[in-house]
Design a protein around this ligand. Structure first.
Ligand code: PA5
Length: 439
């Protein structure tokens, strides 16, 4: 069941059909490279078929661990950064109640994140929050050596051990890391923590459908089997055909590529649904780290409408014409609110009485898309049917395929991130980390 749709009407004035069709031979060739593992970064193609090769037993182990964690804590702290953080946060924010943390009950813990920054106030405030609560930790790092989560884990582990004693703290800590290497793996072995493995052939930002994402998502009470089923639907749709009339991921990738070649070097992903906020953060990381290299790449940005129509909207409408825009819509809200009629129409809103908020929001979207097209911002719209795990699984897969294909079209390796090392080298040198000398 397809949960995604793309509307390209507002791109048409900027790209011709023959231009799109001209990409088909390249896309066919690069599709084969992806499918057969002959392209750049081919050691990291494990994400392509995660949904179909993850066994029911593997999912069962994750579900079992999630169940225990849900039973044992009021607060679940998920520690990680980048690809070891954003997928879980995206899924949990998209699928949960907006205020789930404020409404948590016994058996469904609050979920908080740590290790995605090095800020003292953030982590000190988190300690205040967890002080009198029962806490479990999940620390995720593929390399097992990333500074931000390692520091946060050390701080939180220290708290837990002081609060519960070493033996009980151990039971409250889960680790997700490489199967053989890294400091975290070594520590997990020494301490005997429950451990989940990140497959060697899956890079961080493509890892949401491994235990990296699945465990925290399951702890949030979300059906990970449905998420994987959705991803499988995406997988089958994408692997079955490279035709631009059938493969929506490749159509999106092709349009991105053409936009870039016409000087539209910034893509803004624009939502009208606050639950998509972290899905857009996840997408930014996926697109930015995959395609921004060798002095090439579309700069991925995001805006949340209608909020940002009152801040960034002016820039989008009339600023430098280097943008194209992808609206990311949700087919419908879970619940409908109708605007009431008032006898005294003092606020002048009776013309909307009886209309739903979704109706008004949809008109805001249509008005914006039209205005931006007229303002020379080519735009297209991706609609995801609903806020279900199945639809989100498809959306994750859709974007992963599309971003990988865009990277191949630009002739970069979408699966490495050499540029990330530069700040680390300087930071380690400034911190006098052994092995990182000055000069
Ligand atoms: O996509 C990536 O590979 C990165 O964003 C990593 O996920 C991020 O740097 C964290 O790395 P690690 O999981 O090794 O701690």
């Amino acid at each position: 069941m397809n949960a995604l749709d793309i509307d390209c009407q507002n791109i048409k004035p900027f790209i011709t059909d023959p231009e799109i069709q001209s990409l088909q031979p390249d896309i066919d060739r690069l599709h084969q490279a992806l499918e057969q593992g002959t392209g750049r970064g081919a050691d990291y193609l494990g994400w392509l078929d995660l949904a179909s090769r993850t066994s029911s037993e593997q999912l069962g182990t994750i579900e079992q661990s999630a169940k225990q964690l849900r039973e044992h804590c009021d607060v679940f702290v998920n520690i990680g950064i980048g690809g070891s953080y954003l997928g879980a946060r995206a899924a949990i924010s998209y699928l949960s109640h907006t205020f789930s943390n404020q409404m948590s009950t016994k058996g469904s813990p609050e979920i908080h994140f740590a290790g995605h920054n090095l800020n003292s106030d953030y982590h000190a405030d988190l300690f205040d929050l967890i002080a009198d609560r029962d806490v479990c930790l999940n620390v995720i790092s593929k390399s097992g050596t990333t500074t931000e989560p390692a520091v946060a884990f050390r701080l939180l582990k220290d708290r837990l051990e002081k609060k519960y004693g070493k033996a009980e703290a151990k039971k409250r800590i889960v680790v997700t890391t490489d199967q053989a290497k890294g400091a975290l793996k070594k520590l997990a072995e020494e301490e005997g923590y429950t451990t989940f493995v990140i497959p060697d052939d899956v890079g961080g930002r493509y890892s949401v459908l491994t235990p990296v994402g699945l465990l925290p998502i399951a702890v949030a009470g979300i059906d990970i089997r449905e998420l994987m089923e959705g991803a499988k639907t995406g997988e089958l749709a994408c692997s079955g055909s490279s035709g631009l009339d059938k493969n929506l991921s490749y159509l999106y990738a092709g349009i991105r590529h053409l936009m870039y070649s016409k000087g539209k070097t910034i893509e803004i992903l624009a939502s009208f649904h606050p639950s998509l906020s972290y899905v857009m953060e996840w997408w930014k990381q996926l697109a930015g780290e995959s395609d921004g290299k060798e002095f090439k790449g579309i700069f991925p940005a995001s805006v949340e409408y209608t909020t940002d129509l009152h801040s960034m909207g002016q820039w989008v409408q009339e600023g430098n014409r280097i943008l194209f825009e992808t609206f990311l819509l949700v087919g419908g809200s879970r619940r409908q609110l109708k605007i009431p009629a008032f006898e005294n129409d003092g606020d002048g809103l009776n013309y909307l009485a009886g209309k739903t908020l979704d109706f008004v929001n949809d008109k805001a979207y249509k008005g914006t898309a039209m205005a931006h097209k007229e303002g020379e911002v080519p735009n297209m719209t991706i609609t995801v049917k609903d806020r279900s795990p199945h639809s989100l699984g498809q959306l994750f897969y859709f974007f992963e395929r599309a971003i990988a294909m865009t990277g191949y079209l630009m002739d970069v390796n979408p699966f490495d991130q050499p540029g990330v090392e530069f700040y680390k080298k300087n930071m380690f040198m400034l911190l006098n980390k052994p092995g990182f000398s000055k000069g």
